[in-house]
Design a protein around this ligand. Structure first.
Ligand SMILES: C[S@@+](CC[C@H](N)C(=O)[O-])C[C@H]1O[C@@H](n2cnc3c(N)ncnc32)[C@H](O)[C@@H]1O
Length: 256
């Protein structure tokens, strides 16, 4: 008989209620890494290009599985009338609610804004007051986005690949995110390359191993434009870099 672990950790099995956002920020963002600053720059330029012909009225943005990371939302700030941060883990929801409260977001996020504001559209925005005005936090499950709610701009960072070990849940996460975007909506999505899972404080969280081909294959049915940046930066042992996908939603209404 074969020995060893044969079951896979599904999304519903991971200890999301014990996710510690402060430890997560310490591990990943408190000291900004070159790779994140590069991602922010690429995302800023992508959104800038997408809106270079003008910004439509009332653009609504969504960051799916926002967790304790504000830079995707900050990257959407100049283009949106409203931004929704959708997150499942209660401690992360509470973290995000503190960031939108009247005290303003933590200074840890200023280094990311400094990169964004090198572009004029961002420089014209006062980030703390605008973040407090237009960002709303909602506790919700990515898997419950069923294509009925649609956003005009979207981000999903280290979520579909970092929420389960199951291939079908990775594909479902990508599908739910992409089906939440309206026709031609610009998007950015990031994935840990070949991640074997990650630890936050005393708890282990699952991951599904992806490479550039898997990411491309999962996004292609939903996209009109797609570029994938393979960033060979390691942030910890147990993965092989990061993949950043930038593009636009195609005109399919919803892909099952
Ligand atoms: C690796 S963290 C990424 C957080 C953040 N987006 C970032 O860029 O650092 C994975 C996030 O996915 C969230 N998550 C896990 N399962 C989810 C689900 N079913 N629906 C929505 N979010 C989920 C977790 O709570 C966590 O915030």
């Amino acid at each position: 008989m074969e020995r060893g672990r044969v079951t896979m950790d599904r999304n519903a099995d991971a200890p999301w209620s014990k996710f510690d956002p402060e430890v997560y920020v310490d591990n990943n963002y408190r000291t900004p890494l070159e790779v994140d600053l590069l991602i922010v720059r690429l995302m800023r330029d992508h959104f800038g290009r997408c809106f270079s012909g003008g910004v439509p009225d009332s653009v609504r943005g969504v960051d799916a599985g926002a967790g304790a990371n504000l830079y995707p939302a900050l990257s959407m700030l100049p283009w949106c009338e409203k931004i929704l941060l959708l997150e499942f883990a209660r401690p992360n929801v509470e973290y995000l609610e503190r960031q939108v409260s009247s005290g303003g977001f933590d200074t840890a996020w200023d280094a990311f804004w400094d990169v964004l504001r090198e572009a004029p559209a961002y420089a014209a925005v006062e980030p703390r007051s605008r973040f407090g005005e237009i960002v709303r936090v909602e506790r919700g499950n990515l898997f419950d986005l069923d294509g009925h709610r649609r956003w005009d701009l979207g981000t999903m960072f280290f979520v579909a690949d970092s929420m389960s070990e199951c291939p079908d849940e990775f594909k479902r996460g990508v599908r739910c995110f992409m089906n939440a975007l309206g026709e031609r909506a610009p998007f950015a999505a990031a994935f840990m390359k070949e991640s074997v899972g990650y630890r936050v404080g005393d708890h282990d969280y699952p991951a599904y191993r992806v490479n550039e081909d898997r990411v491309r294959e999962s996004l292609a049915p939903f996209t009109a434009e797609l570029e994938i940046h393979d960033l060979h930066h390691m942030v910890r042992p147990g993965h092989e870099g990061m993949l950043l996908a930038l593009g636009r939603r195609n005109s399919e209404v919803a892909v099952p």
